[in-house]
Write a protein of this length. Structure first.
Ligand SMILES: Nc1ncnc2c1ncn2[C@@H]1O[C@H](COP(=O)(O)OP(=O)(O)O)[C@@H](O)[C@H]1O
Ligand SMILES: [Mg+2]
Length: 292
C-alpha cells in the first residue's frame, strides 16, 4: 500500500526514516506535492540532494521510482514510446499468403509492437509511482513543451492507438542544475523548491548520517572548513556529496583532528579544479595553519 501523508511533520519523519534529512521547505513542498498532485521543480547547485529527494520519497511513499535521466538530444522516442521497427519488419515478412495489408497494419501498430519508455511507463503503471525527470535543463525547449502536455493532462495520444490515459497519478519531481532558464509555462505548472547548500547544523547532521562513526571534533572542523571553502570564489564549490566523501575518507584514514597537513593531503576530495585548488591551498591552508 502506498502512503498518503496527512501532515508536513509526517513527511519530515517519513523522509528521515528513508535516510533523507529534509529542510523545512523541502518537507513542506513534498507534502503539498503529494496532496495537490502537482509536479515539483527542484532547482539548485549540483550535489545538494535533488535526485536523492526523489529516491527518498519513493522509499517513504512506498512507490516504485521511475527515472528519466535527461541529456542533450533526448527525444520522445527515448522518453515516451517508440515502435519496435525490427519486430514490425519481422511481422511483415512473416505475412501470411493472401493476407490483406489492412490486417497486417492493424497488427503491427498494436500494443505488442510498442516499446514503452519511462514517461509512458509512469502513467500507465497500475501502482502509483514516483516519476523523477532528472536534469531537465539538459534537454531543449521542444522537449519541455512535450512534457508540459503530459504533466498537465496525464494522458498522451499515440496516433495509431488513440488516447492513453493515466492509470495512476505519479508524484513527479523534475530537477535542474540551472544550466539554462526553464520556460515560464513549465514553472507555472509546478511547485517550486530551491535547494541550496545547507546550514552548518543541517550539514553536520547529514554527514553524520552517512558517516556515523566520525568523531565530533573532525565532523565539526570539516563542516567549518567546507563552509569556508564555499565562501571563496571557486569554479565549483564543494557540495554535500563532497562533504560526505571527505568525511568517509577522513574516517578511513583514522583522522582524529583536521590538521593543516591532513587538509593539504585530502583537499582534492572537496575541490576538483586545478585553479580552485590553488586558491583553497592558499586561503584556507593559511587559516588552518594559524588555528593549529
Ligand atoms: N538532506 C539530505 N539528507 C541525506 N542525504 C543527503 C541530503 N542531501 C544530500 N544528501 C546526499 O548528498 C549526495 C548528493 O545528493 P544528490 O541527490 O545526488 O545531489 P543532486 O542531485 O542535487 O546533484 C547523496 O549521496 C545524498 O545521499
Ligand atoms: Mg542529481
Amino acid at each position: 500500500m502506498t502512503v498518503t501523508p496527512t501532515s508536513v511533520d509526517e513527511v519530515t519523519a517519513g523522509l528521515r526514516s528513508a535516510g533523507y534529512l529534509p529542510g523545512e521547505s523541502t518537507a513542506l513542498v513534498s507534502y503539498l506535492a503529494t496532496r495537490l498532485g502537482k509536479p515539483v521543480l527542484v532547482e539548485g547547485p549540483a550535489g545538494v540532494g535533488k535526485t536523492e529527494l526523489a529516491k527518498a520519497l519513493s522509499r517513504y511513499l512506498d512507490r516504485e521510482l521511475v527515472r528519466l535521466q535527461c541529456y542533450e538530444g533526448l527525444d520522445e522516442a527515448k522518453a515516451l514510446y517508440e515502435w519496435n521497427y525490427r519486430k514490425q519488419l519481422l511481422r511483415i515478412q512473416a505475412e501470411r499468403e493472401g493476407e490483406a495489408w489492412g490486417t497486417v497494419h492493424d497488427d503491427i501498430f498494436g500494443e505488442e509492437f510498442l516499446l514503452t519508455r519511462p514517461l509512458l511507463n509512469a502513467i500507465t503503471s497500475e501502482k502509483p509511482v514516483v516519476l523523477l525527470i532528472d536534469e531537465i535543463d539538459k534537454t531543449d525547449q521542444e522537449f519541455e513543451a512535450m512534457l508540459l502536455e503530459l504533466l498537465s493532462d496525464f494522458q498522451i495520444t499515440i496516433p495509431e492507438l488513440g488516447r492513453i490515459e493515466a492509470r495512476s497519478m505519479p508524484v513527479v519531481l523534475l530537477t535542474s542544475n540551472n544550466s539554462r532558464e526553464l520556460t515560464e509555462a513549465l514553472k507555472r505548472r509546478c511547485l517550486y523548491l530551491w535547494l541550496d547548500y545547507p546550514t552548518p547544523e543541517h550539514e553536520l547532521e547529514i554527514v553524520r548520517l552517512h558517516a556515523p562513526e566520525i568523531s565530533e571534533t573532525v565532523a565539526r572542523r570539516l563542516i567549518e572548513v567546507v563552509s569556508m571553502v564555499r565562501e571563496l570564489d571557486l569554479k565549483k564549490p564543494p557540495s554535500i556529496a563532497e562533504s560526505i566523501d571527505w568525511a568517509r575518507a577522513l574516517l578511513l584514514l583514522g583522522a582524529e583532528d583536521l590538521t593543516p597537513e591532513l587538509f593539504r593531503q585530502t583537499m582534492s576530495i572537496i575541490v576538483k579544479h586545478r585553479t580552485d585548488l590553488d586558491i583553497v591551498a592558499e586561503r584556507v591552508g593559511v587559516k588552518l595553519g594559524m588555528a593549529a
